[in-house]
Structures are given as structure tokens and as C-alpha cells.
Ligand binder design. Structure first.
Ligand code: FMN
Length: 166
């Protein structure tokens, strides 16, 4: 079982991410630590091995590459779509993105992902988090920085509270 909580308790949020150069992983680790919830690196697992049974919110994180999420995120979206009929409860997805800030490539990535989901059982939260991520060794250097990480944690906390208030 991949769902991990330091206190051995059931958690209903799960951080899922994919990364090429580690920027999104930095944010993923910070959110998971702060929320004290499980974390899954899609580059290291088979989708079928991820236990989503009690999960109601996935914090889904990726860089943007040519206006698209990481290939594993796209494949995970397809997996969620095809396996959604096995779920009785709704699943919410909240995106956290690291990027260079090129045009609207963050929104293009989100739109592409939404296009994969044909199911009514998965909701994409409108409120997503984004911050810069260093790339090509000199663009957006030193991002994500401390400030980015604090903002990400604040956002994730807000999303969790919002979720529980519904
Ligand atoms: C091949 C490549 C393509 C990229 N394309 C975009 C893009 O379209 N828009 C953008 O804002 N950033 C782009 N970036 C920057 C990455 O999204 C950014 O560095 C991100 O933080 C990488 O996340 P990761 O370290 O988790 O892989 C690109 C970077 C690479 C290496």
C-alpha cells in the first residue's frame, strides 16, 4: 500500500507528481510533509499499485514541457479516466505546476489534461498553484525558492480546508 501517513492514520489527500529535473518534486515533498499525507512519484510506480480507495483529493504536480504536463501525468489521467467506473466517491484533482512562465502554457497543459477526462466522477479544481522552476541551468534560477514553497504549502492547506468545509 502506497498511502502513507506518519501516524498510521487514514488520510484522504494524496500528492502525486512527476518530474524531470526535480522542481516539482521539491514542491510535492513540501506539500505532502505539511499535510502529513502520502506521496507518489509516478516515475517510480505502476498506476495499478497506487491505492486510491480512500483518497478524495489528489494534489497532482508536474512541470510544463512544450505546453504539456509530463508524459506520466498524461498517462495517469488516462488511467484515472478508464478506472473511474470502479469508484463510488468523487475524486478531486488540484494541480500544482512548476514552469518558466512561458505564455499560457500552464493553462494549455491543464486544458489538455481536462480533455482526457471524459468521466463525471473526477472534478478538477479551478484553483491551481504555480511557481517558477529553474530550467536550462540559468532561466528562473533558484526557483522554486523558500517563498515558492511557503506559498505552495499555504495553497495546499487552503485547498484541504475548502474540501472539508463542503
Ligand atoms: C524541454 C522543456 C520544455 C519546457 N517547456 C516549457 C513550456 O512550454 N512552458 C514553460 O513555462 N516552461 C517550460 N519548461 C520549463 C519547465 O516547465 C520548468 O523548468 C519546470 O520547473 C520543470 O519541472 P521539473 O523540474 O519538475 O521537471 C520547459 C523545460 C524543458 C526542459
Amino acid at each position: 500500500m502506497i498511502q502513507i501517513n506518519g501516524k498510521g492514520e487514514k488520510v484522504n489527500s494524496l500528492v502525486v507528481y512527476s518530474t524531470k529535473s526535480g522542481n516539482s518534486e521539491l514542491i510535492a515533498n513540501s506539500i505532502a510533509k505539511d499535510l502529513d499525507c502520502g506521496i507518489v512519484n509516478l516515475n517510480e510506480v505502476e498506476f495499478e499499485d497506487i491505492d486510491l480507495n480512500d483518497i478524495d483529493t489528489i494534489f497532482l504536480g508536474s512541470g510544463i514541457y512544450g505546453g504539456s504536463f509530463h508524459r506520466r501525468i498524461i498517462d495517469f489521467g488516462k488511467f484515472l479516466n478508464s478506472s473511474s467506473s470502479n469508484r463510488t466517491a468523487f475524486l478531486k484533482i488540484a494541480f500544482f505546476i512548476t514552469w518558466l512562465g512561458r505564455g499560457k502554457s500552464d493553462l494549455t497543459g491543464i486544458k489538455h489534461f481536462k480533455g482526457i477526462l471524459k468521466t463525471q466522477r473526477i472534478d478538477i479544481e479551478d484553483d491551481y498553484f504555480r511557481c517558477f522552476g529553474e530550467s536550462f541551468k540559468f532561466i528562473r534560477k533558484y526557483h522554486p525558492n523558500e517563498n515558492d514553497i511557503e506559498n505552495a504549502k499555504e495553497w495546499a492547506k487552503k485547498m484541504s480546508v475548502k474540501k472539508n468545509d463542503r
